[in-house]
Design a protein around this ligand. Structure first.
Ligand SMILES: C[S@@+](CC[C@H](N)C(=O)[O-])C[C@H]1O[C@@H](n2cnc3c(N)ncnc32)[C@H](O)[C@@H]1O
Length: 567
């Protein structure tokens, strides 16, 4: 036992795997001083300073497995536990966890992260060199299998590791494996290979750097696993298994119904900043229609049973998590299919309460049936990729939305006003192709009336932020002033906002963002005014980079599939 409360294999030479000493020192400080080390700790998230610390400290890591039900009595062997992000979750969910890590600094950090969990043991060793006397109910291998070529001394390191897993599992044990896809769509779209930091290395077959770190495609991985495991179930975390916002079961992904959901999650390029070769969300919709999402998913999560999958269930088609919200408003959304093959959607607050309220802003648990077709937002984003700069033609499908909103508005002292229940009547929640066109997923309620035109500005603004993210080259985005563009779009829909509508929108949006996402109102108001005045200089500005990032995250973290109250 070493001074860090880690068991060490005698004679083991430390692994060179590291995010850098500075990163380890940072995590060490954070873990030592943190009061809340749990897998859902927002305290830890406050210490995210870069990609490495995000990987170790974000609550998103736990979202990979939080949609699964596990038999809590199971004993788990975790291989390559790194700095303990997944170890922590396993320790919270399972009876006993033994975690093995080849790098001593990382093993000590994993121990620190789980220092209050007596059911967790951390060992520093090459995992494949430890033959345990007992066999395990489950083995967790999260982001580790791909390193077999680097760390496992064997002729065929990948098959050797799978053999080891099979040997260490009980006859009815399960393997929980997460790995990137060699043929992830983002890699075709110029993203750096996650491990190598250069593009195309994986899809070209890793020939430039053989025998070290490599991932596999869906079929090859399937073949390898089937040599040792009788039953394999595939799940698809998006944007990837590292920071998943959504986890989708295979049948649902392949049904064609998950296209819009996947198109709304942006792939992340962790090391590169190259512009993509194509519009990824648009491509996702086409791939979904052609049952090509599974082989091109960015990551796989596989639950493989030596005999059969036991002790693990995923009681839904997909689960999605809200991102970046203030704690009381965080939600998870489950899509379920009933015996009659009907899909339904269930949104619940993550803290277990039925309603979250902040005086003016409210959000409640809700369920609804699934609505087919694309949202107005997705429809318009697809149309924008034509490159056309003609606003009126582009937003034609939004006329039904404008008509619906105008019909709902009431004249109050000469001004058309909407009930605050419409704060969420934005384009991501409107389905113009439904018969009749329907609003869905209006989860938020604002406890005051809202001017119709201010709501129209809000809807257009939401759409433009989303468009800029999904399709930055879209023709209509050539206009520099956000206000000019918004007014032009509103005008094409027969709505003519006045200056006071712009002011009311800024006030409303600022208060909403403060309550829902915890954004600083003074800075956000400034950001919004700048956006309305001159978008390109805002984009270029460095001072507001962090705020802009959070605003962007809050607005792009919406999933229009969260459908309830469908007409
Ligand atoms: C990408 S990190 C993943 C860490 C952790 N599973 C997580 O998801 O946060 C891979 C880790 O596996 C460890 N590792 C890889 N191969 C190993 C082996 N054969 N034995 C022990 N540790 C290994 C590396 O040292 C590294 O810390």
């Amino acid at each position: 036992m070493d001074e860090g409360d880690v068991w060490r294999l005698r004679g083991h030479e430390n692994f060179g795997y590291s995010d850098g000493r500075a990163s380890e020192i940072h995590l060490d400080k954070v873990f030592r001083s943190a009061k809340d080390l749990s897998s859902t700790s927002s305290e830890l998230e406050d210490h995210i300073v870069d990609w490495a610390s995000e990987y170790h400290l974000t609550r998103k890591r736990a979202q990979l497995l939080s949609g699964f039900k596990f038999d809590p009595e199971m004993t788990v062997l975790e291989v390559g536990c790194g700095c303990g992000s997944i170890t922590r979750l396993l320790g919270e969910r399972f009876g006993r966890v033994i975690s093995v890590e080849g790098n001593i600094h990382r093993a000590r950090l994993a121990r620190l992260r789980t220092r209050d969990l007596d059911n967790v043991t951390v060992i520093c060793a090459p995992f494949e060199e430890i033959v345990f006397a007992e066999k395990f109910d489950a083995i967790a291998c999260i982001g580790v299998f791909e390193y077999s070529g680097s760390f496992v001394k064997a002729e065929d390191p990948y098959r050797t590791v799978l053999q080891y897993f099979s040997d260490m599992l009980l006859d009815d044990g399960v393997l929980i494996l997460a790995i990137e896809n060699q043929f992830g769509l983002k890699y075709f779209n110029a993203a750096d290979e996650d491990h190598w930091g250069t593009p195309y290395v994986g899809i070209e077959g890793y020939h430039k750097r053989p025998n070290s770190v490599r991932t596999f495609g869906r079929s090859e991985l399937g073949r390898l696993l089937s040599e040792r495991f009788t039953e394999t179930r595939y799940f698809y975390p998006y944007p990837d298994y590292k920071l998943p916002d959504v986890v989708i079961a295979e049948d649902f992904l392949r049904s064609g119904e998950a296209g819009e959901m996947v198109s709304q999650v942006r792939s992340r390029d962790y090391t590169g900043r190259r512009p993509g070769n194509f519009d990824e969300p648009a491509a996702v919709l086409e791939l979904a229609r052609n049952d090509l999402l599974a082989p091109l998913a960015n990551s796989f999560l596989v639950i493989a049973g030596k005999d059969a999958v036991r002790g693990v269930s995923f009681d839904q088609e997909a689960v999605a998590y809200s991102s970046g919200r203030s704690e009381p408003f965080s939600t998870q959304t489950r899509i379920r299919r009933d015996a009659g093959n009907k899909l339904s959607v269930h949104k619940t607050l993550r803290n277990g309460s039925p309603v979250a309220s902040n005086g003016l802003l409210e959000l409640a648990n809700c369920s609804s049936s699934w609505a087919d077709g694309l949202s107005l937002q997705t429809l318009l984003i697809s149309r924008s990729s034509s490159g056309s700069t003609e606003v009126a033609k582009l937003v034609e499908p939004a006329r039904a939305w404008a008509a619906a909103m105008t019909a709902e508005a009431k004249d109050r002292d000469g001004r058309m006003m909407l009930s605050g229940e419409h704060i969420d009547s934005v384009w991501g929640n409107f389905y113009p192709e439904a018969n009749p066109p329907a609003f869905i997923d209006r989860e938020w309620v604002w406890k005051e009336d809202i001017p119709l035109n201010a709501l129209a500005i809000r809807a257009v603004y939401n759409f433009l932020v989303r468009l800029e993210d999904a399709s930055p080259g879209a023709g209509i985005l050539k206009r520099a002033s956000g206000q000019t563009l918004i007014r032009e779009i509103c005008s094409a829909l027969g709505m003519e906002p006045e200056d006071r509508d712009i002011d009311d929108f800024v006030t409303l949006e600022t208060r909403f963002q403060e309550m829902a996402y915890g954004l600083d109102p003074a800075r956000y108001g400034k950001y919004l005014r700048w956006y309305l005045a001159h978008r390109p200089s805002l984009k270029a500005a460095r001072g507001l980079k962090t705020l802009a990032h959070r605003v962007h995250a809050s607005l792009t973290a919406r999933f229009s599939l969260f459908r309830h109250a469908s007409g």
